[in-house]
Design a binder for this molecule. Structure first.
Ligand code: NAD
Length: 350
């Protein structure tokens, strides 16, 4: 069995531990690579050397420590690289790392804070022959997986409509919107119509999130989707509702039963989701295992950037639609996020 050298960029501190500035997602990334039994932690890079040292202490004291990721790439030559930085750093870092041609790069969600940056990171990786995974790991949480299995098995008939709601567009929203694409079979979107209110919004991992918003779009398959963001997202009555020709599937956020389904004229049923909720880290293990297998088999990974681009395009098209007050037909031309101008018009600092 091969042993892959793993390099981590952005050590952070584990969530809710002393000195944490976020979730320390890179700790979860390493746990997922380790779980494959095919990986050794070779190098850790953080601007704050003590964080990289503490990370190595936690996971492999022999790992090399860096404060400059280019130096890490040149000297440690990792096979897989985990980028666990705040969103505005994602594209630049991935584009700097790709020319070193690792076997693969895992980058955290969201792709970036600008649409042109998201496209650039995808294209640069493609041009360098480097598979890029974006951590929309929730596709691998069992409640979502079971809902998808039921939908694909025809349990509620042909898919007609998808609805979802969460806190914002780009942070939790990127997971939810990615999930709607997952249920829609990763079909392309045709157009997007949206509104967003940045007033009262807050920065999450340094990226401005609107306080309230709504996006509706049409897939090229004819399926319609609507996504609600803001404090009242729960008014939807569930996290995601999947409406088919002969029934409905709902995924809830608060606890078991996570999934319920009602066929036309019938009562609600609660399909088994294996005792796992929608936040379980086992999803990251599964996403990384598929990524490594995809690299070995030279096929696209489920969480590959080719799939992450679609929800990302909808999010940036939504800001464009909100700013210009028109329907945006896709593809969305490359450019910076319209949230900058929208926020400025609304008197909010980006
Ligand atoms: N997939 C998920 O469920 C999930 C959950 C939480 C966070 N995230 C995402 O993970 C990403 C990272 O968040 P986090 O919570 O791990 O952050 P964090 O604050 O815990 O860690 C980031 C680390 O990056 C370091 N850093 C900053 N610039 C650097 C540079 N140029 N070179 C090297 N190190 C640098 C910082 O010093 C810090 O230690 C964010 O994009 C966030 O949206 C994803």
């Amino acid at each position: 069995m091969p042993t892959y050298k793993i390099g981590v960029i952005g050590a952070g501190r584990p969530w809710r531990t002393e000195g944490a500035t976020g979730f320390g997602m890179s700790h979860r990334h390493w746990a997922a690579f380790k779980a494959t039994g095919k990986a050794e932690l070779a190098a850790v890079c953080d601007l704050i050397p003590e964080r990289a040292q503490a990370y190595a202490q936690d996971h492999n004291p022999a790992a090399a420590i860096f404060t400059d990721y280019r130096k890490m790439m040149a000297e440690a030559k990792p096979d897989f690289v985990c980028v666990s930085l705040w969103p505005h750093l994602h594209a630049n870092t991935v584009c700097d790392v790709a020319p070193f041609k690792p076997k693969g790069i895992l980058c955290e969600k969201p792709m970036d804070v600008d649409w042109d940056a998201a496209l650039r990171m995808h294209e640069t990786c493609k041009a360098n022959g480097v598979p890029l995974m974006i951590n929309h790991q929730r596709r691998y949480n069992k409640p979502f997986g079971e809902a998808k299995r039921l939908l694909d098995s025809g349990a509620v008939g042909k898919l007609l409509r998808l609805e979802g709601g969460w806190h914002n567009f780009q942070d939790s929203g990127t997971h939810l919107i990615d999930m709607l694409f997952n249920f829609a079979g990763d079909a392309d979107a045709e157009w997007v119509l949206a509104q967003a209110d940045a007033r009262g919004g807050r920065k999450v991992f340094g990226a401005l999130q609107e306080s309230h918003g709504i996006i509706t779009w049409r897939f090229k398959t004819g399926v319609r989707a609507t996504y609600f963001a803001g404090k009242d997202y729960a008014d939807l009555g569930c996290l995601i509702r999947i409406t088919g020709e002969t029934g409905v599937i709902e995924i809830n956020e608060k606890g078991a039963p996570w999934v319920r389904m009602r066929k036309e004229g019938g009562a609600w049923e609660n399909p088994d989701t294996g005792g796992e909720g929608i936040h379980d880290n086992a999803a990251i293990d599964r996403g990384v295992a598929d990524f490594i297998e995809a690299v070995e088999q030279k096929r696209p990974a489920v969480l590959g950037s080719q799939n992450a681009l679609r929800p990302t395009e909808v999010i940036f098209a939504a800001y464009e639609s909100a700013l210009r007050r028109v329907r945006i037909d896709l593809p969305l031309p490359p450019g910076p996020s319209a949230l900058r101008k929208l926020a400025a018009e609304q008197g909010v600092e980006f």
